[in-house]
Ligand binder design. Structure first.
Ligand code: FE2
Length: 230
């Protein structure tokens, strides 16, 4: 059973991740070396008028082109908090990770708006489970770890990005990511890969910190199902 990478910008030409189909292929190869068997492709989603149909087309093309690479792909989104605040909860149902009730939610870089929790609660009432992408990059979490604790209390899971763990030793992001790992708050270390080199960093992070993630994350059930099919 391999690693599940829950956050990756592996789809080419849809955001600031892979630029071309070839680069997507190289990222897949590097991911395989890191022991990854399942990647959730999560292009940035900053607004619901984004070209979601175009992203879906690229996803289908990538699945077809690399079907023999031995890595399963699923379509998701890195759904920015502004989409959460601006749209009705029902609209966000279509941004769940394919085959799951899980939504990857990117928090603000600074502070959480007042409507943060009510908006999350509205999604949860529809049966959506929330994974928070890189909370270590959110200033509110860096300044006060209890903000991360509150995210857990209201039923969210937390995902640290591999790159955060290798920022400079004075980085607040790095310090925050390490603290959350140490406290056992993190369910996933993800690549959040935008290029091939990011999967080398991911391999290093999995080796060094992989044992510190919580073993029973929602999305890890996908791995089990995948293992059962193999
Ligand atoms: Fe990302």
């Amino acid at each position: 059973m391999g690693v599940i990478d829950v956050h990756s910008h592996i789809l080419y030409g849809v955001d600031d991740g892979a630029g071309r189909l070839e680069e997507t292929g190289q990222m897949l190869q590097e991911a395989k070396k890191a022991g990854v068997s399942l990647i959730i492709a999560t292009p940035h989603l900053y607004a619901t008028d984004a070209n979601v149909a175009g992203m879906q087309r690229v996803y289908s093309r990538v699945c077809e082109a690399f079907s023999d690479y031995g890595i399963e792909l699923r379509r998701g989104f890195e759904c920015n908090y502004r989409v959460l605040l601006d749209e009705k909860a029902e609209t966000l149902l279509s941004y769940r990770i394919q085959g799951t009730d899980v939504l990857l939610l990117e928090p603000p870089r600074q502070y959480l708006p007042e409507s943060w929790e009510p908006s999350i609660n509205a999604l949860q009432r529809l049966g959506i489970e929330i994974v928070i992408a890189h909370p270590e990059r959110c200033l509110a979490v860096q300044e006060d770890i209890s903000v991360a604790e509150r995210m857990l209390e209201i039923g969210c899971e937390l995902q640290v990005s591999a790159g955060s763990l290798y920022e400079s030793m004075f980085s607040k992001t790095r310090k925050c990511a390490l603290e959350m790992l140490k406290e056992g708050y993190i369910s996933y270390i993800a690549s959040d890969a935008h290029c091939v080199a990011d999967y080398k960093v991911y391999a290093k992070a999995l080796k060094q910190y992989g044992h510190m993630v919580q073993p029973d994350g929602l999305l890890k059930k996908l791995q089990t199902r995948q293992g059962e099919r193999a």
